[in-house]
Design a protein around this ligand. Structure first.
Ligand SMILES: [Fe+2]
Ligand SMILES: [Fe+2]
Length: 163
């Protein structure tokens, strides 16, 4: 941690680091979910939607990188062991193999994008309470992306309804 920031944040940075680590584990699992489904999608979704899933995957990976950088600034390291990610994460088990059709993938995505919105909202709130404005800024930036993700997923799902 830069030494001036260390002086300002003191012990309060520990709780923030734990929240950032959980969020990192979510992002890495969500990245893998979109990536895997984008490659292995079954049915009509493979031709119509697979490439947008891969684009979405890289967006989540970028969130992971932003979180990892902030964790490093706070003198810690993002969880490196993939076998730990489910346990540490907020979203728990996420196996893309179980969601290979377009509808199933989108329904699952709607669930975890909604959780991401809640989660970054919470991190922003806690960061503000701790006067950690750098993390606050990071959390609100990612939050804005997740709100878009949730809305987009909802719109595409609605578009699947038979009229
Ligand atoms: Fe994300
Ligand atoms: Fe997202």
């Amino acid at each position: 941690m830069a030494r001036t920031e260390k002086k300002i944040l003191g012990e309060k940075s520990k709780e923030i680091v734990d929240l950032l680590k959980k969020a990192y584990c979510d992002e890495m699992q969500i990245f893998h979910f979109f990536w895997y489904v984008g490659i292995n999608m079954e049915g009509i979704g493979l031709v119509t939607y697979a490439s947008s899933l891969k684009t979405q995957a890289t967006g989540e990976l970028n969130h992971g990188e932003m979180l990892s950088n902030r964790i490093s600034e706070l003198e810690d390291k993002a969880p490196s062991d993939p076998s730990e990610w489910q346990r540490v994460s907020n979203i728990g088990t996420l196996d893309p193999m179980k969601h290979l059709t377009l509808r199933s993938a989108l329904e699952k995505a709607l669930e975890f994008e909604g959780k991401a919105v809640q989660n970054y909202n919470n991190i922003a709130k806690r960061a503000l309470e701790s006067s950690d404005f750098v993390t606050y800024n990071l959390a609100t930036t990612i939050l804005a992306d997740e709100v878009k993700d949730e809305q987009h997923t909802e719109d595409v799902l609605k578009g699947l309804e038979v009229k």
